[in-house]
Design a protein around this ligand. Structure first.
Ligand code: DQQ
Length: 541
């Protein structure tokens, strides 16, 4: 449908057409990054789930390959669902994935490359002994899915975690294996959290607390923390927590019980789900992929002929300054798309004003901005008008307080009839402590009816002496916003009707009632990434 073609993204991964959801089995192998993805070859809504497959040298420019796996066996005929890859020490690859069987039971299956000497890994073999795991007696047939990357323990066993639930308690089962064909279920659980429902796409990995590099999934030594992530089926939100992993009995305990998985930190406060990390041995980093679904109607998706994109892959690190959250940052390779830098130095934005930033066309941008708030206003702020603020109930970008909101309007049209503000809001809590929020407001993002118009965001830690910083990637219908170096991240899926092509602009805004704000920015145009589609699938479905 050419009418909606401006919504196509230029540097976010998306297939040429039809439905996509979870990223699967990301890995680096013999010079190529591989991304598999949940895909419906037949339409723009979920169904017929097949593994799409694309490869890249840099995680940004992609070549789409024939389907890696299609639903063609009794044990996955109702869907080749989500799975993960494990690179074994001898260089071989095993993939574990969930199959939805002919009888609608969720089972786990094993697959491997037909020709490991082919760096493009075009052909995949399903193990003849599949399924390798069926739901254990106390687990329902529909609550058993999404095996993790395996990690290795000192006892010589590999471990695989699988998400499930018992009543309303979200859980992660653990299996041991030495050969990936036979498995032993442990009596204990890796972790369980009441009232969180089904855990989809569990991810479990170590982070270094002393170095700024990623760890391989099996790395584990004193001082290493482990991240546990679950995608909550009930709310479609990816929650993570930092904690300690005890390899002796395969349990994990959160650092902060009050902020356990499902109640505390989110990777992203916007549209972002079913994420998965992998260890990139090429650049010693851990890279996070996430599925960005649509916030429009199914009818719109059918009209436009496609649905969903993948986030720009993000490097994940432990935040050594706050020591209580992760940092997420777009992979450095995306910077190769930058061109036409425009710099703005110390622009003063008075209370209640908007300042246009002339950057030319503003549909594909990388924005890096730094804000300072007037010190006098900061000191003078009273507590009353600001206690109890949060992004969601704070009136969005139009709700005015003494010290905010202030920030940037992206995908804005000249009259501001369409605009998406990404902003900070500083409040004082009842103890007189400053609390800073990082938010995105979609309520005026589109004149179209029936599209998501949420305000989202969260608290962002700001340490003594730090300026307020944000980075925003704008790509037609996606805005990925990173606050304070990636402590708080918000992805917005938006559908402008006027702020498109040459009509899209960027502005600074300050809706604080009293404080001046000074902003310095670097704004780049972003070139489009290459997306090559290979000839039609070699396998038939
Ligand atoms: N998507 C897959 C499941 C997974 C869900 C099916 C999460 O394996 O639990 O497409 O989005």
């Amino acid at each position: 449908q050419p009418m909606l073609s401006w919504q196509r993204t230029a540097y976010h991964f998306q297939p040429e057409k039809n439905w996509m959801n979870d990223p699967n089995a990301p890995m680096y192998y013999n010079g190529w990054y591989h991304l598999f993805y949940q895909y419906n070859p037949e339409s723009a809504v979920w169904g017929n789930i097949t593994w799409g497959h694309a490869i890249s040298k840099d995680l940004i420019n992609w070549e789409n390959l024939p389907f890696a796996m299609v639903p063609d066996e009794w044990y996955d005929i109702n869907g080749v669902w989500t799975g993960s890859a494990t690179l074994l020490p001898d260089g071989s690859i095993v993939v574990l994935y969930t199959g939805f069987t002919k009888d609608k039971v969720q089972v786990q299956n094993l697959a491997y490359p037909a020709d490991p000497s082919d760096p493009r890994l075009i052909h995949w073999v399903k193990y003849p002994g599949n399924p390798i795991l069926v739901p254990p007696p106390h687990i329902r047939d529909l609550d058993f899915r999404d095996p993790t990357t395996a990690w290795f323990g000192p006892d010589g066993h590999w471990r695989v975690a699988i998400g499930s639930k018992i009543n309303d308690t979200g859980i992660s089962l653990v299996y041991h294996t030495t050969n990936f064909t036979t498995y032993e279920l442990l009596d204990g659980l890796l972790h369980a959290v009441p009232e969180t429902g089904m855990w989809e796409c569990v991810d479990f990995y170590p982070v270094s607390t002393t170095e700024k590099k990623g760890l391989n999934t099996s790395d584990n030594w004193p001082g290493v923390k482990h991240v546990l992530k679950a995608s909550l089926d009930n709310t479609k939100i990816d929650y993570y927590a930092l904690g300690t992993y005890y390899v002796e009995n395969d349990t994990w305990i959160p650092d902060n019980e009050m902020a356990d998985v499902g109640f505390g930190l989110r990777y992203d406060y916007g549209k972002y789900y079913a994420s998965k990390t992998f260890y990139d041995q090429n650049k010693q980093r851990r890279v996070l992929w996430g599925w960005i679904g649509e916030s429009d109607s199914e009818d719109d998706d059918i009209k436009k002929g496609w649905a969903s994109v993948q986030s720009i892959p993000r490097v994940v690190l432990f935040d050594q300054k706050t020591r209580s959250n992760l940092l997420q940052w777009p992979v450095e390779e995306v910077e190769n798309l930058r061109s036409n830098l425009k710099e703005f130095n110390k622009v003063v934005v008075g209370p209640g004003t908007v300042v246009p930033l002339d950057v030319g066309t503003a549909t594909q941008l990388d924005i890096s901005a730094e804000f300072e708030i007037d010190g006098k206003a900061l000191k003078g702020a009273t507590r009353d008008d600001i206690v109890g603020y949060n992004c969601v109930v704070g009136g969005g970008a139009a709700g005015r307080g003494t010290l905010g909101p202030f920030g940037i309007l992206v995908l804005a049209e000249d009259s501001l009839a369409e605009q998406t503000p990404v902003y900070f809001y500083i409040s004082k809590d009842s103890g007189g402590e400053y609390r800073t929020f990082f938010c995105a407001d979609q309520s005026r993002s589109s004149l179209a009816p029936h599209v998501g118009k949420f305000v989202s965001g969260s608290l962002v830690p700001v340490l003594e002496g730090e300026k307020l910083t944000m980075r925003i990637l704008v790509d037609h219908s996606i805005v990925e916003s990173f606050g304070q170096g990636g402590r708080t991240v918000i992805t917005s899926r938006i559908y402008p009707t006027k702020a498109i092509y040459e009509s899209a602009r960027v502005f600074l805004f300050n809706n604080a009632t009293e404080a001046n704000v000074t902003a310095s920015l670097k704004i780049w145009q972003m070139n489009s990434a290459a997306f090559i589609n290979s000839p039609p699938p070699l396998v038939s479905i």
